[in-house]
Design a protein around this ligand. Structure first.
Ligand SMILES: *[C@@H]1O[C@H](CO)[C@@H](O)[C@H](O)[C@H]1NC(C)=O
Ligand SMILES: *[C@@H]1O[C@H](CO)[C@@H](O)[C@H](O)[C@H]1NC(C)=O
Ligand SMILES: *[C@@H]1O[C@H](CO)[C@@H](O)[C@H](O)[C@H]1NC(C)=O
Ligand SMILES: *[C@@H]1O[C@H](CO)[C@@H](O)[C@H](O)[C@H]1NC(C)=O
Ligand SMILES: *[C@@H]1O[C@H](CO)[C@@H](O)[C@H](O)[C@H]1NC(C)=O
Ligand SMILES: *[C@@H]1O[C@H](CO)[C@@H](O)[C@H](O)[C@H]1NC(C)=O
Ligand SMILES: *[C@@H]1O[C@H](CO)[C@@H](O)[C@H](O)[C@H]1NC(C)=O
Length: 702
């Protein structure tokens, strides 16, 4: 593994990090809430200053790990991560004393595989939370060092002024603020855990690595965590600063030394653990798409689908404000601010708090199944917008309360049979798709579609892709087979029960079980053995028989389990649900071409003489016919007769399903057998008998 230049990240760490691979993933996050909320520092209370929060929908004053993981959505791109990430809001104080919020649309969160012990990174445990930074700091503290005297702890905070003309170095405070491409605040987290406490108020449960973004953990904090790093980009160039005002953070800090970040774990542990194992030490250039456990829930519409919630607190926090929300003294330093500079005294009235109901995963939007019929409309699939015209071109409208039902009702009112929803809030109608557009022309998935503007539990298409609904019921598509339904040579006989109060299976002729069972495969298996019926059970089992055992009947319910194997689209069974019985239930099909195994009466001039013993089996010695012989697993009576005729022998006989004997005279001891044991089907044709054990079906040329 070698270090490679990595754009943004290389800029950040070039000066900070000496060695180590650049193995990480980088997650984009929109904003879920702006307000005085901080469930880490002030749980259950209105916090001292305004934060911008990204992540799980359920973030609130008191959020627990369970609250977070129950969020119906997250404003970060990885759906399996319902954690909350937050930093203070940046304001601009105009010369007239008014405060204006600086535009910011979220943050980028890095999960980096760092530290000498990075091969042993442990996932964040449930309930884990931490804060990095010190809101009271107003100058660079060069004396408080990391473990081993590694580095000033103050280096956890840095600023990067992104300007198109000047390349500024990174600075530990907010010095340069004329940045045409934005001012980026950056914070690194503690990556060493004491392994015991999920949270301590003074954050003593965690410690920085010896060089903060790398190095070793102190013995007191031996558990290596992934290295968290936030980048928060502020649109400072979008603020009119001609009045000579000043940028400052929500807690009255014009220096930036007091910048801080918070992390409240809300990860699905079944995703975080494999992601850390598979991706935290592999150089994927930060791409989530290259990390399978994360890619599975990587949404392209995260910030639209989990948009910023209205503020929980009834006070203005954005726009032009008379004061910083809370009780904030502006504290330029260089000495530290005090707690009283950012805390309201006794008797201060707090703004009221809006009611908020926690969401749950069942409120997450779901994509309908193709052919599903709801409210009289059938979901037909996902269509592309063709170039030069609309896919559905007859009527359209846009509404920021759009739902699928609204669009369908609108199209019905225009007497159109197709309704398409697109881009969350658009509705299109027509009687046919325009040329260049087709159902299946685009994919509408839960990861690339946008929730309906008027109903976040359903999707309304996406960019240049429509979910199309049709007014008529689906005319094609699989249905559950009805009794009598035909698939090739087979006719559906019904759903049978196993009945274990009597011995044997419902169909007890032959069976197998594996994970590729379909009705087609089981049918082929049982017909090759010449059984009249086959039955599939529990998705994975196949049974054959010529009759259904007593106690089992064909009128049961419960044959609704999907077959473990998949059918090809040209299978005669594809017109029906690929359903293979259920628990103690068999989907039973009858072979309409079935013929019971029988004695072939004659082949050409050779006429059946009945069943005879081998000479040695009946008091003689040796074979009944000693002229010529061959054996073949695909033996038939025809092939044996043809062989013996070719040898000019007038007697031909088949034995043991696969053997053929010829001769001109039956040897001593080869006399008729009347015990019915010429009962083996021919290897090459299960509808013909080919003798049995020590018994032959004999044919004689007339
Ligand atoms: C937070 O939790 C505490 C303790 O469970 C409770 O007393 C308080 O009412 C909660 N506060 C809010 C704002 O939900
Ligand atoms: C820390 O900074 C102060 C003030 O700038 C300076 O006088 C002092 O030498 C510095 N100490 C170290 C260890 O760098
Ligand atoms: C839809 O997605 C499938 C599976 O990812 C892919 O094979 C197919 O090409 C996609 N179709 C379109 C039209 O994007
Ligand atoms: C929102 O969508 C869900 C899922 O389609 C549906 O069950 C529900 O009735 C819809 N609610 C509204 C208000 O449209
Ligand atoms: C399952 O069994 C059937 C019938 O014996 C066979 O055709 C098929 O190849 C088997 N599948 C696997 C994966 O072994
Ligand atoms: C089994 O068969 C018997 C006799 O027909 C019947 O009374 C019983 O209900 C059956 N049991 C089950 C579980 O199908
Ligand atoms: C069979 O398929 C139809 C259409 O796709 C579906 O509505 C139905 O629920 C399926 N039935 C079973 C038993 O799977």
């Amino acid at each position: 593994m070698h270090r490679t230049a990595l754009g943004k990240l290389a800029i950040v760490f070039a000066a900070l990090s000496g060695n180590g691979v650049d193995a990480f993933w980088r997650m984009n996050c929109g904003v879920i809430q702006t307000g005085r909320i901080d469930p880490i520092v002030t749980p259950g209370e209105i916090s001292s200053h305004v934060h911008k929060i990204a992540g799980g929908y359920n973030i609130g004053f008191n959020s627990s790990y369970e609250d977070m993981t129950n969020s119906k959505c997250t404003s970060c791109e990885i759906g399996a991560d319902k954690s909350a990430y937050w930093t203070p809001q940046l304001y601009y104080r105009h010369a007239n004393g008014k405060f204006q919020d600086v535009p910011n649309s979220g943050m980028t969160v890095y999960y980096l595989g760092r530290g000498d012990n990075r091969d042993n990174i442990q996932p964040f445990p449930a309930g884990f939370r931490m804060l990095s930074g010190n809101a009271l700091a107003r100058s660079y503290d060069n004396t408080t060092m990391t473990y081993n005297n590694g580095r000033p702890v103050a280096d956890r905070v840095s600023f990067n002024c992104l300007d198109s003309t000047t390349q500024y170095p990174e600075t530990p405070s907010m010095i340069h603020t004329k940045c045409s491409n934005g001012l980026r605040a950056q914070i690194q987290f503690q990556s060493c855990w004491n392994g015991v406490d999920l949270y301590k108020r003074d954050n003593s449960h965690v410690a920085y690595m010896s060089t903060i973004d790398n190095g070793v953990c102190p013995p007191s904090h031996p558990v290596q965590l992934v290295h968290l790093f936030f980048e928060v980009l502020y649109g400072v160039a979008q603020i009119d600063t001609t009045d000579g005002g000043q940028f400052m953070f929500a807690y009255g800090d014009p220096t930036g030394f007091g910048f801080h970040g918070d992390f409240l774990n809300g990860w699905d542990p079944t995703v975080l653990a494999p992601a850390l194992k598979q991706c935290a030490n592999v150089d994927n250039a930060g791409q989530i798409s290259a990390c399978a456990p994360l890619a599975a829930s990587d949404s392209s519409q995260y910030s639209y689908n989990c948009a910023e919630r209205p503020s929980l607190i009834n006070e203005p926090v954005v726009g032009m404000l008379d004061k910083l929300p809370g009780c904030i003294n502006i504290t330029p330093g260089p000495s530290d601010a005090s707690v009283s500079d950012i805390t309201c005294g006794p008797g201060t009235t707090s703004p009221s708090v809006n009611p908020f109901t926690l969401s749950n995963p069942s409120q997450a939007a779901v994509m309908p199944q193709v052919n599903a019929r709801t409210n009289g409309w059938t979901y037909m699939g996902c269509a592309n917008e063709p170039s030069g015209q609309r896919a559905l071109a007859a009527f359209s409208y846009t509404n920021n309360g759009m739902t699928t039902a609204m669009c369908q009702a609108y199209c019905a009112s225009k007497s159109q049979s197709l309704a398409g929803v697109e881009y969350g809030s658009e509705c299109y109608c027509g009687n046919a798709l325009s040329s260049g557009s087709s159902l299946g022309g685009a994919n509408c998935t839960t990861l690339n579609s946008m929730v309906c503007a008027g109903n976040s539990t359903e999707f309304c298409g996406g960019p240049a892709r429509l979910q199309v609904f049709g007014a008529t019921a689906p005319s094609t598509g699989p249905s559950v087979p009805a009794v009598g339904a035909v698939a090739g040579d087979f006719v559906y006989a019904g759903c049978a029960n196993e009945n274990f109060t009597t011995p044997n299976r419902a169909l007890s002729g032959a069976s197998y079980s594996n994970n590729t069972v379909t009705n087609e495969q089981c049918g082929a298996y049982c017909s090759a053995l010449n059984f009249q019926y086959f039955g599939t059970e529990y998705g994975t089992e196949c049974y054959c028989g010529n009759s259904l055992k007593g106690g089992s009947t064909l009128s049961q319910t419960g044959c609704s389990m999907a077959c473990s194997g998949s059918l090809s689209s040209n299978s005669p069974f594809a017109q029906y649900n690929n359903t293979c019985g259920g628990s103690n239930r068999l989907s039973v099909w009858k072979n309409s071409k079935y013929q019971a195994t029988a004695v072939v009466p004659s082949v050409g001039s050779y006429v059946s003489q009945g069943c005879y013993y081998e000479a040695s089996a009946n008091g003689g010695s040796g074979r009944a016919l000693t002229g010529a012989s061959f054996s073949s697993s695909s033996m038939t009576v025809e092939s044996c007769v043809s062989f013996c005729a070719g040898k000019n022998m007038g007697l031909a006989a088949v034995e043991y399903s696969a053997e053929c004997y010829c001769g001109t005279v039956l040897q001593t001891g080869a006399s008729p057998a009347t015990d019915g044991l010429c009962n083996m089907a021919c290897g090459g044709n299960k509808q013909e008998y080919c003798g049995g054990s020590n018994r032959l079906n004999v044919y004689k040329s007339s």
